[in-house]
Design a protein around this ligand. Structure first.
Ligand code: SAM
Length: 336
């Protein structure tokens, strides 16, 4: 969900739900993995179809309350775990006949509105941004990393064009006092020369901090790798993204494992090894005008999906090299 527009909504609205259901086809039964359980919107819908089973997880322990409610109705067909994408491999799912895996990235309405999580620039009080199972908070990042590191975080994770000046002013201010959410918003607002009146000036910096604190880059990469391993032949991997970095990663992962690479120009491509995935639609699927009317915050959602063509468990991918720079920046957090 887009963290910038939530004020008019009252509850979490599962984004692109009809499209996800028509892609994964739970009417034929099978085991599905919901990697972003959240408020259980996708899980509940899948479980309404007979002969389905859902293994769901979420890093936010607050999701467990919703999971416990669902468990009461679907006791034998539903499992919930409080883990992260990067722990998917530990679930020992090799023997499960997994027909579909879904990721709905971003945050639920409940998380954005939770003042303790401090995800939004509208929150009061401490900078936090931890969704759960984290090692450090946004307060640690802003108050402890150096000027160059902060600048890189805002530039690469937020695509903020005035990243250097914002980082410089944070360093100046934090000598005087510890920076909380509202101080940070003021520093950004005072620093930014180029103002866009449609988008709040703190949007990009807050996006960058959420990405760093929750290690969104490596979590997504290891989540995709883990999912591609456990999925069975003909199974579907579907991902809904909300910002351009996530979408770039998913697009690259799908495309690079769907295309036959030329090993040698002397070996015809048709004789070269099979690819892992079949990419069904090159274009992304976006919310319908009806969905946008009902839930404006779905406007940045993009859905991509692939079908696994082989029962391979092991495969090679260069995705970690491809996004090396972003991972290097994410690793600044190791010092905290
Ligand atoms: C947009 S919400 C999902 C909403 C859900 N589809 C629904 O219909 O209620 C995204 C969820 O993913 C979870 N999440 C984000 N990153 C995660 C990670 N690395 N590992 C596990 N869960 C994660 C968040 O805590 C959040 O609850």
């Amino acid at each position: 969900m887009d963290a910038t527009i939530v004020s008019k909504m009252q509850k979490h609205y599962p984004v692109l739900l009809n499209e996800i259901i028509s892609i994964i086809s739970p009417q034929y039964g099978g085991t599905f993995i919901d990697c972003t359980f959240g408020q259980g919107g996708y899980t509940k819908k899948i479980l309404e179809f007979q002969n389905t089973r859902v293994i769901a997880f979420d890093r936010d322990i607050d999701s467990k309350q919703k999971a416990d409610q669902i468990k009461k109705t679907f006791e034998d067909r539903f499992i919930f775990k409080n883990i992260k994408f990067s722990q998917l491999n530990n679930l020992k799912l090799k023997k499960e006949n997994v027909k579909g895996i879904i990721f709905d990235l971003g945050y639920s309405y409940t998380q954005i509105k939770d003042p303790h999580k401090g995800l939004s620039f509208e929150s009061s009080g401490n900078l936090n941004m931890r969704l759960g199972l984290n090692n450090y908070s946004a307060e640690d990042v802003i108050n402890k990393l150096n000027e160059k590191e902060l600048g890189n975080i805002f530039k690469f994770f937020g695509e903020e064009s005035e990243s250097k000046y914002i980082a410089r002013n944070i360093i100046k201010e934090r000598i005087k006092k510890k920076i909380d959410t509202q101080n940070l918003v003021k520093i950004i607002d005072k620093t930014k020369r180029k103002k866009n009146f449609k988008v709040h000036s703190a949007t990009k910096v807050f996006q960058a901090l959420r990405i760093l604190v929750n290690k969104e880059i490596s979590e997504l990469i290891y989540g995709l790798i883990g999912a591609a391993k456990v999925l069975k032949k003909d199974g579907i991997l579907a991902v809904v993204t909300f910002h351009s970095l996530e979408d770039k990663i998913v697009k690259y992962f799908f495309k690079s494992l769907s295309e036959k690479k030329s090993i040698s120009r002397y070996v015809p491509i048709t004789k070269q090894s099979e690819t892992l995935f079949k990419l069904i639609k090159k274009k992304v699927i976006v919310p319908s005008s009806q969905e946008l009317k009902e839930n404006l915050s779905s406007r940045s959602a993009k859905l991509r999906y692939v079908i696994k063509k082989k029962n391979f468990y092991d495969f090679e991918t260069d995705i970690l090299d491809k996004f090396e720079k972003l991972i290097e920046i994410e690793n600044y957090g190791k010092k905290l």
